[in-house]
Design a protein. Structure first.
Ligand SMILES: Nc1ncnc2c1ncn2[C@@H]1O[C@H](COP(=O)(O)OP(=O)(O)OP(=O)(O)O)[C@@H](O)[C@H]1O
Ligand SMILES: [Mn+2]
Length: 532
């Protein structure tokens, strides 16, 4: 009888344990499902796998697992072959004579900056120029000799009248590597502009402009959002730089050449930033510190793990708790663009674009109202002579390809007056939409029917299968450090580039048909190179 009672109570205890465990599991799964949408537990690598290998998700049975593995290996192999093919295309593109047009040496007065040797007295006292030794920064070792200069200084000293850097500039690989990996010693908010961005400083006194990730790469801009309230995208800054130019690391290709061949943008690379260690802990920006918080997201089964680290800063658009920038849990993706020389050394002039959009919700801009608008622009300096108009049309083509509607202004270096390249700064609102093209961006080309020969030839080349724009951009972007996390541009964005390139060619074709002489449309800027 006693044995029987003991057995019954034992069974009861086992039952109780089972019931307790089931209830516990039920509660945990309920909590997790509630937090599923907001929890940023998913690592960046998981995100990449889930977008790049949909075939792997399909099978669940044991047999299916083997199929999955085989399919997975086959997919990986195919991807590797494709990647090798794309890289070969990129190499072929840059071996093409169009990307090797000899340029005359830069005259002395056409460099933006020149190091001036300090007085003999100073030199005798010290071989170093500046002996500042601020906390966290390296002692300055450079002097007038180029090989003592850090990459950022070489970049500054390499800016000339017609381009931001030379066609095959070996320094840019080093600069890109430093942007991507150098220790960050300071991070403060950048004033000017509408959305949050930080100026980050490195131990060798180099600086970069950081724009954080604000939305997922495959998210299209809401069609009802005005272009001036669209989010800035970190991947757009990086992809724009690649479109304007190419290549980060000293790999097989080793040298820098631009895809469109412009070289009018400061180098930008992707990087994962630890918002605590690389922003909050080191910033001297007290206002920025007050905007940090920990999100309530629950990311582990213990229910006790802390949430994601977030901040929102102070700016006129999207600097609020509703639009916080959050790590996962600490690291956030972002773009780092090399800072241009300080304006006190190299002042810049800001120009209002004649094709600026009407920033009014009810009024049309003049270029939208008058079909002969370009004729009047052509009469106004600086568009009445030199290359300003075709340079603006180059920028138009770049913007149309990446669907950037935000080019209200552009800048030039004051030193060079009107005869200089246009700096393609601020591309954060590009690559917002892939399913739709924005024909109005091409208005300057459509209305003026003018294009540089070198640009037209490159655009034509990029439309041919062996050099296809989407393939060379895919290959180029795969060199960026953030490509390890996820491709910088999704496939629909890459396809959109090809589609838009065709539109550019079609527009030029129509212009040529409308004009009696090709020279009315094509501005011949290539003396040594002719089409075969
Ligand atoms: N790489 C850089 N080096 C130096 N200054 C820069 C750099 N990039 C941008 N700037 C300057 O910072 C200012 C703000 O940058 P940016 O235009 O990217 O911000 P924004 O918030 O997108 O501005 P807006 O909202 O007006 O379009 C610009 O006026 C520009 O002069
Ligand atoms: Mn902007």
């Amino acid at each position: 009888m006693r044995v029987c009672t003991r057995r019954r109570s034992q069974t009861l205890r086992v039952w109780l344990v089972v019931v307790f465990l089931s209830v516990h599991l039920l509660v945990v799964s309920l909590v997790l499902s509630i937090y599923h949408t907001s929890c940023e537990l998913q690592s960046y690598n998981d995100a990449q796998t889930s977008t790049t290998a949909p075939t792997e998700k399909a099978s669940t049975t044991e047999k299916g697992e083997t199929t999955k593995a085989v399919v997975g290996i086959a997919t990986k192999e195919a991807e590797l072959n494709d990647a090798a093919g794309d890289l070969a295309k990129l190499e072929a593109l840059f071996s093409h004579p169009l990307y090797n047009i000899p340029t005359p040496p830069v005259p002395d007065g056409d460099w933006l900056l020149k190091l001036k040797a300090k007085g003999k007295e100073k030199e005798r006292n010290s071989q170093q120029w500046v002996s500042a030794n601020e906390e966290g920064y390296d002692p300055i070792q450079w002097n007038t000799s180029t090989n003592t200069h850090p990459p950022w200084l070489r970049f500054h000293l390499g800016i000339s009248r017609w381009q931001m850097y030379q066609q095959k500039d070996p320094n840019l690989s080093a600069l890109a590597q430093q942007l991507a990996s150098h220790r960050i010693v300071s991070a403060v908010q950048k004033s000017g502009g509408t959305q949050l961005k930080l100026v980050m400083s490195f131990p060798n006194y180099g600086q970069a402009l950081f724009k954080p990730m604000k939305q997922e790469r495959d998210e299209e801009t809401n069609v009802n959002l005005y272009y001036f309230s669209d989010f800035e995208r970190h991947n757009a800054e990086i992809a724009a730089f690649h479109l304007d130019r190419y290549q980060l690391s000293p790999g097989a290709l080793g040298q820098l050449t631009s895809i469109l061949g412009f070289r009018r943008m400061p180098p930008a690379v992707g990087r994962l930033i630890n918002v605590i260690k690389e922003v909050k802990d080191i910033t001297t920006d007290h206002k920025l510190v007050t905007t940090f918080f920990t999100s309530p997201v629950i990311c582990s089964l213990s229910l006790s793990s802390v949430g994601n680290a977030c901040f929102y800063g102070q700016c006129s658009y999207y600097c609020s708790t509703e639009h916080a920038i959050c790590g996962r849990p600490r690291e956030v993706e972002g773009s780092l663009a090399a800072m241009l020389p300080d304006e006190s050394l190299a002042p810049r002039r800001s120009w209002r674009s004649p094709w600026r959009r009407s920033y009014s919700r009810s009024k049309l801009a003049d270029w939208e109202k008058y079909s002969n608008y370009c004729d009047s622009v052509k009469k106004i300096p600086p568009y009445d002579r030199g290359t300003r108009l075709v340079d603006l049309i180059d920028m138009t083509i770049l913007d149309f390809l990446m669907s950037n509607m935000d080019r209200h202004h552009y800048e030039t270096f004051e030193k060079f007056g009107n005869d200089t390249f246009l700096i393609h700064l601020d591309n954060g609102r590009a690559f917002g939409r892939y399913s739709k093209d924005e024909p109005s961006i091409l208005a300057p080309l459509v209305q003026c029917c003018r294009i540089r020969r070198s640009t037209l030839l490159r655009v034509r080349l990029l439309s041919l299968a062996p050099y296809r724009l989407s393939d060379v951009m895919r290959a180029s972007l795969s060199q960026d450090p953030l490509a390890e996390v996820a491709p910088l541009l999704t496939e629909p964005h890459l396809s959109a580039l090809d589609r838009r390139l065709e539109t550019v060619l079609q527009t030029v074709h129509e212009c040529l048909q409308q004009h009696q002489h090709h020279s009315d449309v094509i501005y011949d800027d290539i003396i040594d190179y002719r089409e075969d």
